[in-house]
Design a protein around this ligand. Structure first.
Ligand SMILES: C[S@@+](CC[C@H](N)C(=O)[O-])C[C@H]1O[C@@H](n2cnc3c(N)ncnc32)[C@H](O)[C@@H]1O
Length: 260
């Protein structure tokens, strides 16, 4: 019996919705939109909450990162990611490390870029995390991330019901809280950019796929009951996306210092 939030059944379910190696929406295209105009060629990148590996493959294969260190707290996602990295022949460019929640196990200034996609939601203390991100970045380095935020500090019963349906250890915070955490850590050029309008539409496409062929194919692997449970989650998620309470957001900030 596992206590993992992302056991193999969950990985298979999310891959059916989001593509091989992805545990969050938008695939490699959305990774590219998080990176924006930044050039990762040859850069040393830390990926916080690397999950099943799709992100790290995209950082290297599409964006030319020199070396990606992917960290995660759960074994099944890391095992899955290691398989995909080996299959892609990129084991010399991607290192995957199991970590415990808390301080990052790296020396100061080790990374050019700290990336994260939809994982910081699981880390409740945004201030402590941002201080750690700042510490491991070199001067001039960038924090580039996406995460699932809440629109306001107080949540509605619908939002509470949606979060309960997810059954995950969500620690959601507002854009203001993220901004304060980045500012307190010492970052400059801080940006938070809502992706609510994009995901509001995307989530409807995902629900239609779950209710159609993709859902039927997934049911053969994860069971019809699990697919139905996830359909219920999406049905609860769409109204809170529409209300703006569930607010996927891109984050960017620079550590002061030499140009990066
Ligand atoms: C929604 S998944 C996203 C995975 C991947 N970034 C993606 O977009 O496909 C969130 C991931 O964060 C990981 N996670 C949770 N708490 C963490 C922590 N304190 N440090 C690093 N990773 C964590 C989970 O195990 C999971 O793999």
């Amino acid at each position: 019996m596992s206590e993992d939030h992302y056991p193999p059944q969950m990985i298979a379910m999310l891959e059916a919705i989001w593509g091989e190696g992805f545990l969050s929406p938008g695939g490699a295209e959305e990774v590219g939109r998080v990176i924006g105009g930044h050039d990762l060629t040859g850069r040393s990148v830390l990926d916080i909450g690397c999950g099943a590996g799709g992100i790290d493959l995209a950082l290297v294969a599409r964006h030319g990162a020199g070396f990606v260190t992917g960290i995660d707290v759960e074994d099944p996602v890391l095992a899955h990611a290691r398989g995909l990295v080996a299959k892609a022949g990129l084991s010399d460019r991607i290192g995957l490390v199991k970590v415990a929640p808390g301080p990052l196990p790296f020396p100061p200034g080790m990374f050019d870029v700290v990336f994260s996609k939809d994982s910081i939601i699981h880390i409740p203390d945004k201030h402590a995390l941002m201080a750690e991100v700042f510490r491991v970045l070199r001067p001039g380095g960038w924090f580039l991330a996406s995460d699932w935020l809440i629109g306001t500090e107080t949540i509605s019963p619908q939002m509470a019901e949606y979060i309960a349906a997810e059954g995950l250890d969500f620690g959601m915070a507002t854009p203001a809280r993220y901004h304060q955490a980045m500012q307190a850590a010492g970052f400059e050029a801080i940006e938070t950019r809502s992706r609510n309008a994009w995901y509001r539409e995307q989530a409807r496409v995902e629900l239609a796929r779950l209710e159609g062929e993709a859902g039927r194919a997934a049911a053969a692997v994860v069971g019809a009951g699990f697919v139905q449970k996830n359909i219920g989650i999406w049905q609860r998620m769409i109204p809170v996306l529409d209300s703006g309470e569930h607010c996927p957001t891109h984050l960017a900030a620079r550590k002061p210092g030499a140009a990066g």
